[in-house]
Design a protein around this ligand. Structure first.
Ligand code: ACO
Length: 437
């Protein structure tokens, strides 16, 4: 018997099956041959929320959640955050190798020359209500780009795909900044091609009447580091959405809008905004023990804590803490930081959190840092979506060219009625139809 196999005895029939194990995985479809008879569909796995299912083979981002390791294309996140710019890392993710100086120059030039939005897109954005949430504006506008670039539906043409990828990476900061300017009622600032990716984003956000925007270099670098940290994170909720929508061969604008919608949820990228609300609710360092007690009694969750994959300190949270110190040198310490540090200290010593391996995640400190940089909480998830765009698109590209991938379509376990006799309207009694609580 080969060693890399799994032997299963079906106690219903006494039949023995041998399945190959490859990369620590059996193929779910191999279970289908385990049947009780000819009319049996065959065995399936039940995995709500995909806690133990690999949906693809990927060579982009590696995570070891127990050891707290994150690597893009084999390079540790700590090294990339220290030595690279965001666009350099975007190139690495997409093309698989770090760029040479001339490759990077061309890449930066191309992204920089895709930052403009069509004037009709600007008009589209002007139609949002003045209280519209910037994340919802971003999602809708990215979807609307599908109408501006109808060529994007040609998803099997590599050149067309690359063009849309460059457009999306280039335009994300412009849409994000315009969402912000719309929310605060300021006129839209056009991109400035002399500036770096993050400096230009800051320009489009904060330029007022000065003839040329000059970004604070410490803030610009810290923002760039945050972008590096957020660029990809393998098969998380929004990436899974990107792949699922992309698997139906929807164009990349619509697929990216879907991924960004998933990101907006408070259990995913929306957590950074929630962390700030939580710190405000706690109010002061002295109230931390009482708040932790409340969480342990099951009244809510500690936002910015816990992760499906990391059962150790999120390596990104460590780097953010370091970068936050650089930012606070410029902006002064944020009062919420004291509360956050106390919350982390108590939680990391508390049995409830220790036993469940709940550590701070990327969102725990990013919000405090963003706020110190001058961002409003409504912008936090938008700030996550900008750099994650290259991750979504890289995963989409990998999915499109993978010959094993098909339209994503899970199965279900049927728990509803068997065939029922139709009841004509006049014979129907009062129903107790209510939505399940
Ligand atoms: N505070 C308190 N308890 C928690 C927390 C938390 N933040 N997170 C998990 N737990 C508890 C759960 O109640 C559960 O306890 P139980 O075993 O007594 O029932 C146990 O820890 C395991 O948690 P699950 O919910 O099964 O973990 P899951 O992997 O499904 O959830 C998630 C991961 C969604 C991130 C969760 O930890 C959470 O809601 N955290 C808060 C929101 C957050 O910070 N999200 C950002 C994640 S990072 C990102 O997406 C960018």
């Amino acid at each position: 018997m080969p060693l890399d196999t799994l032997t299963i005895t079906d106690n219903r029939t006494g039949q023995i099956y041998t399945l190959p194990i490859e990369n620590g995985t059996i193929r779910a479809i191999d279970l289908r041959k385990i049947k009780t008879g000819h009319d049996d569909f065959g065995l399936m796995t039940y995995d709500p929320a995909f806690t133990n299912t690999a949906s693809c083979r990927s060579a982009i981002t590696y995570i070891d959640g127990d050891k707290g390791i994150l690597r893009y294309r084999g390079y540790p996140i700590e090294v990339l955050a220290e030595h690279c710019t965001y666009l350099e890392v975007a190139y690495l993710l997409l093309f698989g190798e770090l760029p040479t100086q001339s490759e990077l120059k061309t890449w930066v030039f191309e992204i920089t020359h895709h930052t403009m939005l069509h004037e009709t897109t600007k008009k589209f954005m002007e139609g949002f209500r003045d209280f519209a949430h910037p994340m919802a504006m971003l999602v809708s506008t990215v979807a609307a780009l599908s109408t501006v670039y109808p060529d994007a539906k040609n998803v099997h043409d590599p050149d067309t795909r690359l063009l849309q990828i460059k457009r999306l990476i280039g335009k994300m900061p412009s849409i994000a900044a315009m969402s912000y300017r719309h929310m605060v009622g300021f006129p839209y600032v056009y991109p400035d091609n002399d500036l770096t990716y993050t400096e230009n984003f800051m320009n489009m956000l904060w330029k007022m009447v000065e003839p040329k925007y000059v970004a604070n270099p410490v803030i610009a670098r810290a923002l760039d580091i945050l972008f590096v940290l957020h660029a990809d994170h393998e098969q998380n909720c929004s990436t899974n959405t990107m792949r699922a929508v992309g698997s139906a061969q929807a164009d990349p604008y619509l697929a990216t809008a879907s991924a960004a919608s998933a990101l907006s949820g408070p259990l995913h990228g929306g957590a950074n905004e929630e962390v700030l609300r939580m710190l405000d609710e706690i109010g002061s360092k002295n109230n931390v023990p009482a708040y932790i007690k409340k969480i342990k009694e099951g009244k809510g969750k500690l936002m910015g804590f816990g992760h499906r994959v990391y059962k150790n300190y999120d390596p990104r949270a460590k780097i953010i803490k370091w970068a936050a110190d650089q930012v606070f040198e410029v902006t002064g310490r944020n009062a919420r930081l004291e509360i956050a540090l106390e919350l982390e200290r108590i939680a990391l010593e508390d049995d409830y959190f220790v036993q469940r391996k709940l550590y701070p995640n990327v969102d725990f400190y990013s919000g405090i840092m963003y706020q110190a940089m001058g961002f409003k909480p409504e912008m936090f998830t938008v700030l996550f979506a900008i750099p994650r765009t290259v991750g979504w698109l890289t995963q989409w590209q990998e999915m499109i060219v993978d010959p094993e991938q098909k339209i994503a379509r899970p199965r279900q376990i049927w728990i509803g009625h068997d065939t029922r006799e139709f009841v004509p309207m006049e014979k129907r009694g009062k129903t107790e139809a209510v939505l399940q609580k």
